[in-house]
Design a protein around this ligand. Structure first.
Ligand code: ZN
Length: 375
């Protein structure tokens, strides 16, 4: 389907899928199988729906990340997004959700539907016809979008403000700088303030040092190196895998050398605090993407991600957290419910999407033109 389907189009397609899924949920009897010559009963259920945030919300009948109620798991209002105490977040209730979704479905007019959606951030999804479907639990935001394309990208482009598209983030020679080093008036510790002149000079050269180190770093054969001049317009947008290498290898190697060793004698310095904050994020995402999970791993992830976010608010007082920062806290629940993320993330489906997008199309669903003269 060309472009993004709207809510009605999603439900139109989902209806066909749900019709197919209802039959095997109630059970199908195969009269003969390879292992059961006397036949056997089979039941089938679909549990997690894994998408990027936009797709997940749309599929399951939730409002987008821009709505007051931006989260599929809880009802924390968006104006309280800096609340980093998960135990205080009011949880969504399945019964209440089904009630509101049914109200939306049965509303007598479009205006009534719009009002319900505006007030509650909920609309009907055909998936609710599946008797076992729990949209609050089974709607998963993909870890690749949440981590590499979300958390990593946001930290570099929105929090550090290294953005080739923003002139202030690029030096006169086109090299991206890291402006937070020159933040004015930010004090990490009472009575301690960085020398702004030295910060500015460090900021100018740090990206070139990262590029230089990247050229000299020998990566395993199964890891593709990002463009050597990543961060510039010429290098273009980074893929999820490239963000992963930039943040979890290139920046770790160089920033520990440049900020870590130089400022280790002064752990309260801004450079050192920025480094620790960055490493907390990288460590958390590494734990999230392990091929195994345990209560200890989940607990470590949860602690690290909260520590990272709380420190971001201290180090960057003018930064507002994004909905994705809230979602990455909830994802520890997915690890417990659904197991390690490699079993349910989307890279393989993204590759299929990419292949489909590369096909020539007339953009008219279900219609093709045949040139009869060529027969
Ligand atoms: Zn939430």
């Amino acid at each position: 389907m060309p472009g993004h389907p709207n809510e009605d189009q999603v439900n139109h397609i989902l209806k066909e899928v749900v019709d197919e899924l209802l039959l095997p949920w109630h059970g199908v009897f195969y009269t003969h199988t390879a292992e059961c010559p006397q036949g056997r009963s089979v039941s089938l259920a679909v549990l997690p729906a894994v998408c990027d945030a936009e797709g997940a919300h749309s599929l399951s009948g939730f409002a987008s990340h821009e709505h007051t109620y931006f989260c599929v798991r809880c009802l924390l209002p968006k104006n309280d997004i800096h609340n980093l105490k998960p135990e205080t977040w009011p949880r969504r209730d399945l019964e209440e959700h089904r009630k509101v979704a049914s109200l939306w479905r049965d509303a007598p007019s479009i205006a009534d539907r719009d009002k319900i959606f505006k007030d509650y951030g909920v609309r009907w999804s055909e998936l609710l016809r599946l008797p076992y479907w729990n949209p609050i639990t089974f709607t998963l935001i993909d870890s690749m979008h949440m981590g590499y394309l979300g958390l990593f990208s946001t930290h570099i482009r929105k929090i550090w403000k290294m953005d080739a598209e923003k002139p202030k983030s690029v030096g006169p020679d086109g090299v991206p700088s890291i402006p937070p080093l020159t933040y004015e008036g930010v004090v990490i510790d009472d009575g301690h303030e960085e020398d702004e002149a030295s910060q500015a000079s460090d900021s100018d050269v740090v990206c070139e040092l990262i590029w230089e180190d990247s050229k000299n770093t020998v990566l395993p054969s199964w890891i593709d190196a990002p463009p050597h001049n990543w961060g510039t317009k010429a290098a273009g947008k980074l893929s999820a895998d490239e963000w992963k290498v930039v943040c979890s290898i290139s920046l770790v190697v160089t920033l520990i050398r440049v900020w870590g060793y130089k400022y280790q004698h002064d752990p309260q310095s801004r450079h050192y605090q920025l480094l620790l904050n960055f490493l907390d994020m990288v460590h958390a995402i590494q734990l999230l993407n392990l091929h195994e999970t345990s209560s200890q791993i989940r607990q470590d992830y949860h602690s690290l991600i909260l520590k990272y976010l709380r420190t971001v608010l201290i180090l960057f007082p003018d930064v507002s957290l994004k909905p994705n920062h809230h979602y990455v806290i909830h994802i520890a629940e997915d690890l417990e419910l659904m197991g390690p993320v490699h079993a349910h993330n989307t890279p393989v489906f993204e590759r299929t999407n990419h292949t489909l997008q590369e096909l020539n199309s007339n953009q008219h669903l279900g219609k093709c033109c045949v040139d009869e003269d060529k027969d």
